[in-house]
Each structure stands twice: as C-alpha cells, then as structure tokens.
Design a protein around this ligand. Structure first.
Ligand code: PRP
Ligand code: URA
Length: 206
C-alpha cells in the first residue's frame, strides 16, 4: 500500500531540497527534518501495550510502545534520515545496508549488511530518500526479509511511479511511504523533477 504523506511543512521543506542551489549543510538539515515529520505518520499504526505507572500525583493506567523499531538506512543517502526519526524514537536500533546503483545497468550492487538481533520481531523501517527504478529498495527489502524481518515499511521522500509499481509488484506485503510522487524517470534513471543525486548532495561528493 502506498501512502503519500502530504503536509504543508513537508511540502515547503521538500521545495528547499529540490532547489539546486541548496548546499550540503541545508540539504542535510532539511532531509532530517522531513524524516522527522514523516515519523508521525509512519508510526501511526505501531501497537501500544497497557502499563501502570506512578505520576507525582497517583498511579494511573496508560500505554507505551509495544514493539521494537529497527531503522535500516540504505547507504549512503538513507543515513540522512536516521537522526530525524531516532530523535523521536530513541529506543530504535539501527541496521545498515550498503547498496549502490550501477551507472550503466541501473542494477543495485550490494556491498554491506548488518542488522540488530531483534530484527525478526521488530517493525523494520527501510530508509532511502530516493525511490527511482525501485531496484535498490526491492533488493534492500529482500535483504531484511532474508535476515528474518516480518513487518517492513519502506520510507522514502521522493518516489517515481516506476519505483512504486516495482515495489508493489515485488513486495505487496510492504507499506510504502513517500512525501511526493514525482512525474517519471529520465533516460539516466533520475527522478523528474526529483532533487538530483541525493547521496552526492548530502555528502558533498560532487
Ligand atoms: C541512490 C538512492 C537509492 C537509489 C535509488 O543511491 O539513494 O539507493 O539510488 O535508485 P533505484 O530506485 O533506481 O535503485 P546510489 O545508487 O546513488 O548510491 P549512493 O548514494 O551510495 O551513491
Ligand atoms: N538516485 C538518486 O539519488 N536520485 C535519483 O533521482 C535517482 C536515483
């Protein structure tokens, strides 16, 4: 299922990300802020458990999170979304997946994976700002599934229709969250209008 998270603050900040003159520092801060704003929606269905606590006044029955949350950024650009979400969910553990897209074939090449041991019983959120062809996200989902993940959410910022279709077809059990559904991919596999190469803009490598 696809959820496009629409909110004026997210739209405003996404406009900043898209501007080609936005530099590395502002890009990094703004991407983190968008991820934090998205956290509100992507955690909406997280189960709660009943607990009894003591306030300074009395005992009371209330609720707290019942499930572990694991964040899995896809290197490199997914790293730019971790702090924004983990600031709000400080108990979340963080795994990592290393993937890059071959420039010629656009196929994902995997070079790293490390997950916390609670992955199979956690809600696993795969983080990557860009969902272009969907090849990288589909491979990342395969990797967490192979490691035992059962409940998986794919959290991106900008998605192309091609990427959304790919994930819906390869992984119909995975909920997809994006902030904007863009128009298309260009002949080089970049999202149009998009925001360019997210990893390069985040880390200043171009
Ligand atoms: C970008 C982006 C995604 C992938 C999306 O990473 O962060 O992981 O491309 O493209 P896809 O949907 O067509 O697979 P990139 O390959 O540029 O890796 P890098 O950030 O490490 O350079
Ligand atoms: N990866 C990016 O960083 N940007 C795109 O537009 C497509 C893939």
């Amino acid at each position: 299922m696809l959820t496009v998270i629409s909110h004026p603050l997210i739209t405003h900040k996404l406009t900043q990300l898209r501007r080609k003159e936005t530099g590395t520092k502002d890009f990094r801060e703004t991407l983190d802020e968008i991820a934090g704003l998205m956290a509100y929606e992507i955690t909406r269905d997280i189960p709660l458990k009943d607990v009894t606590i003591e306030t300074p006044i009395c005992y009371t029955n209330t609720q707290e999170l019942a499930t572990d949350i694991v964040l899995v950024p896809v290197l490199r650009a997914g790293l730019g979304m971790v702090d924004g979400i983990s600031n709000l969910v400080p108990t979340a553990k963080v795994g990592h997946i290393g993937l890059y897209r071959d420039h010629e074939t656009l196929k994902p090449m995997s070079y790293y994976a490390k997950f916390p041991s609670n992955l199979p019983r956690a809600v696993v959120m795969i983080l990557d700002p860009m969902l272009a062809t969907g090849g990288s996200a589909s491979a990342a989902i395969n990797m967490v599934k192979s490691a035992g993940a059962k409940v998986i959410k794919l959290v991106c910022v900008v998605g192309a229709p091609e990427g959304v279709k790919r994930i819906e077809s390869d992984h119909p059990d995975v909920n997809i969250y994006i902030s904007a559904l863009d128009e298309k991919l260009n002949e080089l596999g970049y999202i149009v209008p998009g925001l360019g190469d997210a990893g390069d803009r985040l880390f200043g490598t171009k």
